[in-house]
Design a protein around this ligand. Structure first.
Ligand code: PLP
Length: 287
């Protein structure tokens, strides 16, 4: 396995970062998770745009132009030779001293890791998953907006811990007003009377690239899609609930806080969207 580390390809064993890196010391950096399907990188440009927007928001200057970064990602994929894989692209502020001051960090560190990944076991896509809502809250529109995919994922980690303590694999996070925002690393959708709803970004959700793809697919299939805030109650009484994310793809949710959704099996609309998503990811993308 070859890892891209600041312009060079090194083996996994040699891919090492200084303990003075501010990504490690302070979570100061940004990242992306990207998928490769049948040798095609899915929506790479959108991921790169989001990475650069996240970096701009925290005044982090990425030392490559976007097309150079795209070239490095594609080269890392080629070198590793996987047909289906997950890419982790990380840009940290770089090596500084123990103080917080990011201006002491001279060069950002760029890491690209490609490896096979399955977030959920295959059978869960057939059965659907159970989720809970958690006490951890999502910021709505602070300076560090949830739209910035930063290395500060402690909030999301706490959500995962709460899910684990409740013996389920994922959880839904609400914002401080009680509106449902997203999962720990995925966006959430509900379907009621054939209409598809997902929370708008300002509720406190990352504007997911899979979310965007699913909204496009849904519109193409003739559904009405609405970006509207909704509450836990709306989720409990929805006909179908599902999550979307680069790693999760589209996964049906069949129980929320003990309430069975629909008849407790993945619904027909969710299945149709997943099927169409799986068909398109193979034909879309760049080599
Ligand atoms: N929400 C959060 C907090 C995430 O980390 C992710 C993963 O990237 C998503 C949603 C889903 O976004 P995407 O579909 O771009 O992977």
């Amino acid at each position: 396995q070859w890892i891209f580390l600041n312009g060079e390809f090194v083996t996994k064993e040699n891919a090492k970062i200084s303990v003075y890196d501010h990504g490690f010391l302070y979570g100061d950096g940004v990242f992306e998770g990207i998928r490769v399907y049948s040798g095609n990188v899915f929506r790479l440009e959108e991921h790169i745009d989001r990475l650069y927007n996240s970096a701009k928001s925290i005044l982090l200057d990425i030392p490559y132009k976007k097309d150079e970064m795209i070239g490095h990602v594609l080269e890392t994929v080629r070198r590793n030779g996987y047909q289906d894989a997950y890419i982790r692209l990380v840009v940290s502020r770089g090596v500084g001293d123990l103080g917080l001051d990011p201006y002491k960090c001279k060069t950002p560190q760029i890491v690209i890791i490609v490896e096979p990944l399955a977030l959920f076991p295959k059978h869960l896509y057939e059965t659907g998953i159970e989720v809970v809502t958690v006490a951890t809250r999502r910021n709505r529109s602070d300076v560090l907006s949830p739209k910035v995919k930063s290395l500060n994922y402690l909030n999301n980690v706490l959500v995962k811990i709460e899910a684990h303590l409740a013996n389920v694999s994922e959880a839904l996070i609400l914002n401080d007003q009680g509106y449902v925002a997203e999962g720990s690393g995925d966006n959430v959708f509900i379907i009621k009377n054939g209409v598809i709803y997902t929370p708008p970004g300002y509720v406190g959700a990352l504007e997911g690239i899979t979310r965007q793809a699913i909204m496009e697919i849904a519109v193409d299939l003739g559904y009405t899609v609405k970006e509207e805030p909704f509450t836990r109650h709306d989720v409990y009484v929805a006909d179908e609930v599902f999550l979307t994310g680069t790693a999760a793809e589209v996964i049906s949710v069949i129980k929320v806080d003990g309430r069975t959704i629909g008849d407790g099996t993945p619904g027909p609309h969710t299945k149709r969207l997943l099927e169409e998503f799986r068909r398109r990811v193979v034909v879309e993308g760049v080599k």
